[in-house]
Design a binder for this molecule. Structure first.
Ligand code: AGP
Length: 611
């Protein structure tokens, strides 16, 4: 499973200049861009420059050194997950003597316990990052053999990582290691490199080696040595890649949107990482607010667009599982209402970007009325995170496409965790939770399997792409799913699509249906399927074509729908998550078939910072 949170790169060779490292970093900037840094060896001295801000900022600081020829170097562009984006938290990170320098992509789950142990051994730490434990671990195990020291260090790490390491006493090598995050080696004679993806290597080679999990590589001008974490030698052949830069940034997918949908399994892993311990949900950041939730038995939720749809699903979840009342408002409406929040009450603000103006203004208004803000967001250091009292990070990595896909899936997983936690503290229903937790833990694999239906959905998109109207319908959890499906289609294919509660069709909208107005029915085999069945029959009687998304245990749907997409059968509260890739892929393929660019839809911005 790929895990792209930051970008790392390392180069070694005869005529490597500082500018080559910076250029390589620029090719990775799409992966994360809140801070950047570089460490290079020249005359056995380790030179480190790093700062908050984009690579451009780093380049300006290196202005008078760009042309210098160096022995070797590593560089990093960061998408923060632990610790604010600032100069101290930027990579590379070093050991106590500034002889070892490390760049890292991923999350070290056990960094707190490692950091405490290393501090007891006398190591001094400068940053809030998880990464900083790595150079100190290597220092602890270093006896002259850098490769062996890295091998012993990574055996202590839990979580996911791809790292590159240099040492002032070893100007002739770079060491890399990977577990759970991509790391690729590029080879061209005496010039060798390693990077988070192919993009920066294409400048000097198309011969690459994709390292596997549990492998460590030592690069020198003359050799490429790969070993396992157990020290055994691994023989790996290089492969030839003929991707363009653009393709490489998308890892070969046609658009970022498609790549990001296929990253959803790893996003689920990253949201769950460190948040389920001994079968129970642990949301440390939220602990100070649990008592308020228990006492007030209420929560206000504000959000926009796709995040609003996630909020609506959360309302169904929490109200079905606990006696907490959830009141959801579109941020742009909440701001102009008479606010009747009790001081100290909880307001959950959901925003992938953390920069949506309507949501930020709503947060400020709620705070004026004494509310406590709990933020669910994907961007560390975003405005929302600085104004919230508590932040639950999605850690889903940068979402480049304007259409929210993996961030929506990550939001849903985070909201399931919040519901499970509320359920635990209010109802003490551990074993009901444990079944849901077990299912959530299996979702990455289920997603990997269900994404195999992409070709079938592409075929349906070809069939339905010329319709000018769509009616998406669903009930309960299926209703916000219908809203989200309709939004996805609207925003990237520009086709009119309405999301509607299925039970409401007869109160007006059914008048519009006919042979040229198909219905996209969210119809899993859940407690309300009998009702959905009659709604679908109503639509069919108006000659509307029916495209149904259902669960694979639904025996009746084949007589009702013209076309069917099935997902794994599951608990009804989990269908919004299971069906997310279906509604996203359908919209994506329709837009692509119509010749539009789903990553840059007309009139839209990735974060709506205007009101
Ligand atoms: C979703 O596909 C849209 N791009 C848009 O509706 C988005 O969800 C909305 O602008 C909210 O963004 P936020 O989550 O960053 O606050």
């Amino acid at each position: 499973m790929k895990y792209n949170v930051c970008g790392i790169v390392g180069l070694i060779g005869e005529q490597i200049r500082v500018s080559a490292l910076v250029e390589a970093l620029e090719k990775l900037e799409y992966r994360g861009y809140d801070s950047a840094g570089i460490a290079f060896l020249k005359d056995r001295k380790l030179n480190i420059t790093k700062s908050k801000g984009k690579v451009e900022n780093l380049k300006n600081q290196l202005q008078d050194r760009l042309n210098e020829v160096i022995e070797t170097g590593i560089a990093h562009t960061r998408w923060a997950t632990h610790g604010e984006p600032n100069d101290v938290n930027a990579h590379p990170h070093s050991d106590c003597f500034c002889k070892i320098s490390v760049v890292h992509n991923g999350i070290i789950e056990n960094f707190r316990s490692l950091k405490m142990r290393l501090q007891e051994l006398g190591h001094n730490f400068l940053s809030q990052t998880d990464t900083e434990v790595i150079p100190h671990l290597i220092e602890e195990h270093y006896n002259g053999d850098l490769l062996e020291a890295v091998r012993k260090a990574v055996l202590k790490l839990e979580g996911s990582y791809a790292i590159a390491v240099v040492h002032a006493d070893h100007p002739d090598i770079i060491v890399g290691a990977r577990k759970g995050s991509p790391l690729i080696v590029g080879v061209n004679g005496s010039t060798k490199g390693l990077a988070s993806d192919v993009t920066p290597l294409l400048k000097f080679t198309r011969e690459v080696v994709f390292l596997q999990d549990g492998e460590i590589v030592e690069l020198s001008r003359d050799t490429v040595k790969i070993i396992g974490f157990d020290g055994t030698i691994h023989e790996r052949n290089s492969v030839h890649v003929d991707w363009s830069y653009e393709d490489a940034q998308k890892s070969g997918y046609k658009h970022f949107m498609l790549k990001e949908i296929f990253e959803e399994p790893s996003c689920i892993v990253s949201v769950l990482t460190g948040r389920i311990k001994n079968g129970s949900v642990v949301l440390e950041e939220f602990e100070p607010f649990e008592k308020t939730l228990i006492d007030s038995k209420s929560m206000k939720v504000i959000a926009c667009g796709t995040s609003y749809h996630a909020a609506l699903i959360f309302k169904y979840l929490l109200e079905n599982k606990t006696n907490i009342t959830v009141d959801v408002d579109v941020s742009s409406e909440f701001r102009y209402k008479r606010i009747n929040l009790k001081p100290g009450s909880i307001v959950l603000a959901i925003s992938q970007s953390g920069e949506t103006a309507d949501t930020l203004e709503s947060v400020r208004l709620a705070k004026k009325h004494g509310a406590k803000i709990v933020a669910v967001t994907n961007v560390v250091g975003s405005t929302l995170t600085r104004e919230a009292d508590c932040v639950l990070y999605l850690n889903a990595g940068p979402e480049i496409s304007v259409a929210a896909t993996k961030s929506y899936v990550a939001q849903l997983v985070m909201l399931y965790l919040l519901m499970l936690r509320a359920n635990e503290i209010l109802n003490d229903s551990m074993e009901q939770n444990s079944e849901l937790i077990d299912r959530l833990m299996r979702f990455p694999e289920i997603f990997e399997n269900s994404l195999k239906f992409a070709d079938k959905i592409h075929e349906l998109a070809r069939k339905y792409k010329d319709y000018k109207h769509f009616m998406y319908i669903g009930r309960a959890y299926g209703y916000p799913t219908a809203l989200e499906g309709a939004l996805k289609l609207k925003e990237i294919s520009y086709i009119h699509a309405t999301g509607y509660p299925a039970g409401e069709l007869k109160h007006g909208p059914i008048a519009m249906l006919g042979p040229d107005f198909p219905v996209f029915a969210i119809a899993p085999n859940d407690s309300l399927f009998p009702k959905m069945k009659s709604n679908i029959i109503e639509c069919r009687s108006r000659k509307a074509r029916i495209l149904a998304v259902t669960s694979d245990d639904n025996q009746e749907i084949s007589e009702l729908a013209d076309d069917i997409i099935t997902v794994n059968s599951s608990r009804e509260e989990l269908y919004p998550l299971l069906m997310a890739p279906v509604i996203q892929l359908f919209a994506y393929f329709v837009a692509d078939e119509l010749g539009f660019d789903p990553d840059k839809p007309r009139n839209l911005a990735k974060s709506v910072t205007v009101e």
